[in-house]
Design a protein around this ligand. Structure first.
Ligand SMILES: Cc1cc2nc3c(=O)[nH]c(=O)nc-3n(C[C@H](O)[C@H](O)[C@H](O)COP(=O)(O)OP(=O)(O)OC[C@H]3O[C@@H](n4cnc5c(N)ncnc54)[C@H](O)[C@@H]3O)c2cc1C
Length: 106
């Protein structure tokens, strides 16, 4: 998990991620309301929380994804690099691959 331009966040749940981002940079993401939810399903399917009307949902903060596709290839998907896969991963990630790193803009 990478958040902003700072060092990787290794934790896999929303509460740990929010705390780590804040401790690193006093920044925040728009997360869901339950701290024990896993980031994988949450960020790749939406991510609605108290701040989403102001900041959007967690999924809106994704700027790039490292993903292993069904054919075994490993890619870095962005708006301009593998754009079709990048958009498919926004909401239907588990149908297309396994995300190993979320690059999120705080
Ligand atoms: C108590 C509770 C409170 C919740 N509160 C909120 C809330 O406030 N706001 C909100 O928006 N949602 C909320 N949810 C829903 C939650 O966001 C989803 O259940 C989300 O899918 C959880 O992610 P997970 O990784 O823990 O789930 P998992 O069950 O592990 O994964 C869900 C799906 O995502 C896929 N997936 C997971 N990780 C990856 C990955 N790295 N790459 C590709 N596919 C992956 C899995 O294959 C699976 O199909 C809540 C759920 C619970 C149980």
């Amino acid at each position: 998990m990478r958040a902003g331009l700072h060092k990787p966040v290794e934790t896999l749940d929303l509460g740990g991620m929010a705390l780590a981002i804040y401790n690193q940079s006093q920044c925040a993401l728009p997360p869901g309301t339950c701290p024990r939810i896993g980031i994988g399903g949450h960020a790749s399917h939406g991510g609605f929380g108290y701040t989403c009307r102001l900041w959007g949902v967690t999924l809106d903060m994704i700027v790039a994804l490292d993903v292993v596709l069904a054919n075994g290839s490993f890619i870095h998907a962005t708006e301009t690099t593998y754009p079709d896969i990048y958009y498919a991963l926004h909401g239907a990630a588990d149908s297309f691959g396994i995300i190993t790193t979320f690059h999120l803009q705080t």
